[in-house]
Design a protein around this ligand. Structure first.
Ligand code: KG4
Ligand code: ZN
Length: 334
């Protein structure tokens, strides 16, 4: 059929998700099974366990996504799957399922980049105008991506060490919050009455790259020094200082990139888009500089298969399909 009904699968990390997306922007279903509880006690995602959990639920999730969508297997125009980046064992589970389905249904397979998915999650709720700039912030990524036209990606900056969400989770862990700790730090920071000033990692003049490991070390140093002096740690002030440093650098670099490349919109994507401080600061700056800011609803910001379906649709339209012998690409470049 020619409506572009895409069955999409995402298993790159700790969420098993299957979606049915029609025409690139209509979500017929988007089922997500999170493994957070399983990984929580290890303080982070354990790759071996992630793969095993994906295997346990993938077939069920496919059935459920189809049932909720109201479509049958015969309606599917193509099967899309996250090809990378991600955990190789986790990616493989989705890829094997997608290949089998594509082969059995005799429809094209579309290998999709995970970041393209995060970016095109915006297309599920907004009209994109090119050129636009995407700030992708999640547990695994921190990237500034320029989209000069539909489906063209140019990475202009990225983290040189920790991803933003990863830095949040490490700081949260040091403050004894459960995994994933990002939301706890956000909440604490928003309630704080003062901030402990921490360094900003601007890197070389003009660079759009990011670095968060120095900031994380600065946080750990404050915790250690306070402990050694036997003083009580003001966790909220520390959380706020950390959050302010992260946000200032993200906002400055994103807006500078928007100006330099003449972007018509700024897209905020990835799980850290849920951060209240970041959203408030970006919104304020975008209003001031008259730049439209697009943010998908929370459920579409975190890992989900609908975003993969949205990105894959662009390839489907152009007839760009992926051979059935494709491999998982843990370090896939955009
Ligand atoms: O996109 P996502 O669900 O998974 C990845 O692809 O990584 O992002 C999860 C990350 C975690 O590191 C989590 O701590 C962080 O997003 N996160 C937050 C907030 N909500 C989620 N970080 C800071 N503030 C938040 N409110
Ligand atoms: Zn992600």
């Amino acid at each position: 059929n020619n409506e572009g009904i895409i069955l999409a699968i995402e298993t790159s990390c700790d969420e098993t998700s299957v979606a049915v997306v029609r025409g690139g922007n209509h979500i017929a279903s988007n089922v997500i099974s999170s493994q957070i509880e399983v990984h929580e006690r290890f303080g982070g995602v354990v790759p071996e366990i992630a793969s095993r959990k994906h295997v346990e639920v993938i077939t069920l999730m496919i059935e459920q996504a189809l049932e909720e969508s109201g479509y049958g297997l015969g309606d599917v125009s193509a099967v899309a799957v996250t090809q990378g980046p991600g955990l190789v064992g986790a990616l493989l589970v989705g890829i094997v399922a997608a290949k089998s389905l594509a082969m059995a249904l005799d429809v094209p397979l579309i290998g999709t980049h995970h970041i393209a998915g995060h970016i095109y999650a915006n297309q599920l709720v907004h009209e994109l105008e090119y050129p636009c700039m995407a700030l992708v912030v999640s547990g695994g990524h921190t990237e500034l991506v320029l989209l000069e036209s539909e489906g063209s990606f140019r990475m202009i900056g990225r983290t040189r060490d920790d991803a933003v969400g990863e830095a949040y989770d490490k700081v949260a862990r040091a403050l004894k919050f459960p995994y994933p700790g990002g939301p706890h730090i956000d909440k604490l920071a928003m309630e704080a009455e003062r901030a402990i000033t921490l360094p900003r990692a601007w890197l070389e003049a003009g660079s759009y790259d990011f670095s968060f490991s120095g900031l994380k070390s600065a946080v750990l140093a404050v915790i250690n020094q306070t402990g050694m002096k036997g003083e009580e740690l003001d966790k909220a002030a520390l959380a706020r200082g950390f959050q302010e440093s992260v946000i200032e650098v993200l906002v400055e670099k994103a807006l500078r990139a928007v100006r330099e490349f003449g972007a018509k919109q700024l897209l905020l994507c990835g799980g850290v888009a849920a951060n209240r401080g970041l959203r408030e600061a970006l919104t304020a700056r975008c209003v001031k500089e008259s730049v439209p800011l697009l943010v998908p609803p929370h459920r579409l910001c975190t890992d989900n298969a609908a975003m993969i379906g949205a990105a894959a649709y662009l390839k489907w339209k152009r007839g760009e399909f992926t051979p059935l012998d494709m491999k998982a690409e843990p370090n896939f470049s955009l």
